[in-house]
Ligand binder design. Structure first.
Ligand SMILES: C[S@@+](CC[C@H](N)C(=O)[O-])C[C@H]1O[C@@H](n2cnc3c(N)ncnc32)[C@H](O)[C@@H]1O
Length: 289
């Protein structure tokens, strides 16, 4: 199966997604949840399960994936992307739209707003947010969404070639029946653990540990979605004694994860990337099934 990627992304876990998930594949699993979906590379390149879910807390990312997956949104999405030039003003307009969307979402959450502009029941709004997210990712340096990457002949070629890949991603998502979900994966995981759900496999490609003296010093690449050490510890607290729900945590080598999950007698098992794919260079931790 060809490895597909809807958008460029920091890190390259997709290179091993299929190999890793196949290694884990065992009878009794009916649902595959990519809990921290990001670019979707894990779920799009995973082997088929009866139910597959792309989940991310970032609502704009989920709008983008709805535009890529849903039949009624996909063509208008492509058409509009094609109409908008690769240039600084396009990037800034898209960025401003996402900033306003975030502000509004925050105000709605705090019940400080009656009437809303970005009504997510409206397809035109989903399209605008999805297009803006795509542009901000694909026209930025290293896909970090923070600053515009000026167009060169090579950049432009890559940018436009991606539109064709999107067609393949659209078909793959429909073929696999990938559902798009915009939830806090902590809540999903806790619910599955409470229900002792052994039929759902969680693939969690968690954000880097951000903060002083950590893997990522500045909170940045995923904006407000980055995790400081407290969120990683919260995950450890939820999963460290978990024996029922199959969970696969992906990340770079980390002392915290090693100390908390790989104690003597732990049900967790570390899988070095070399065991599943020679070309990749990161590390994985997997719970024994
Ligand atoms: C390391 S990235 C995932 C990369 C992705 N697997 C890939 O290969 O492209 C982490 C993602 O987790 C999302 N995220 C952060 N906190 C989350 C939470 N509590 N629930 C769900 N998603 C979350 C971020 O928005 C970000 O997209």
């Amino acid at each position: 199966m060809e490895i597909l990627s809807a958008v460029p992304w920091y890190g390259a876990k997709f290179q091993i997604a299929e190999a890793l998930a196949s290694k884990y594949k065992r009878s009794g699993i009916t649902t595959f949840i990519d809990g921290c979906g990001g670019s979707g590379k894990m779920v799009i390149n995973a082997p088929a399960y009866p139910e597959m879910v792309y989940n991310d807390l970032d609502t704009a990312l989920c709008c983008m994936f709805r535009c890529i997956k849903e039949k009624n949104l996909f063509l208008p999405f492509l058409r509009e992307l094609n109409n908008r030039k690769y240039e600084l003003s396009t990037f800034e307009k898209a960025n401003n739209c996402l900033i306003m969307f975030d502000i509004e979402q925050e105000m709605v959450k705090n019940s400080k707003l009656g009437k809303i502009t970005f009504d997510l029941n409206n397809e035109a709004v989903i399209l605008e947010i999805g297009i803006s997210k795509y542009i901000v990712i694909c026209q930025s340096y290293n896909a970090t969404q923070s600053s515009f990457r000026p167009a060169t002949v090579e950049n432009l070629e890559t940018y436009h070639n991606r539109f064709l890949t999107l067609v393949d991603v659209h078909y793959r998502m429909n073929h696999l029946g990938i559902e798009i979900s915009n939830k806090d994966m902590f809540q999903m995981l806790e619910d599955s653990i409470n229900e002792k759900d052994s039929s759902t496999l969680y693939a969690l490609d968690v954000p880097y540990i951000a903060g002083d003296d950590q893997e990522r010093k500045a909170i940045g690449a995923y904006h407000k979605m980055d995790w400081d050490i407290r969120l990683h510890e919260r995950l450890m607290d939820i999963v460290y004694k978990e024996f029922t729900v199959p969970i696969l945590i992906c990340g770079y080598k980390s002392l915290l994860y090693k100390e908390r999950l790989l104690y003597d007698g732990s049900p967790w098992k570390e899988i070095g990337i070399a065991e599943v794919a020679k070309s990749a260079s990161s590390k994985k931790v997997q719970k024994q099934g």
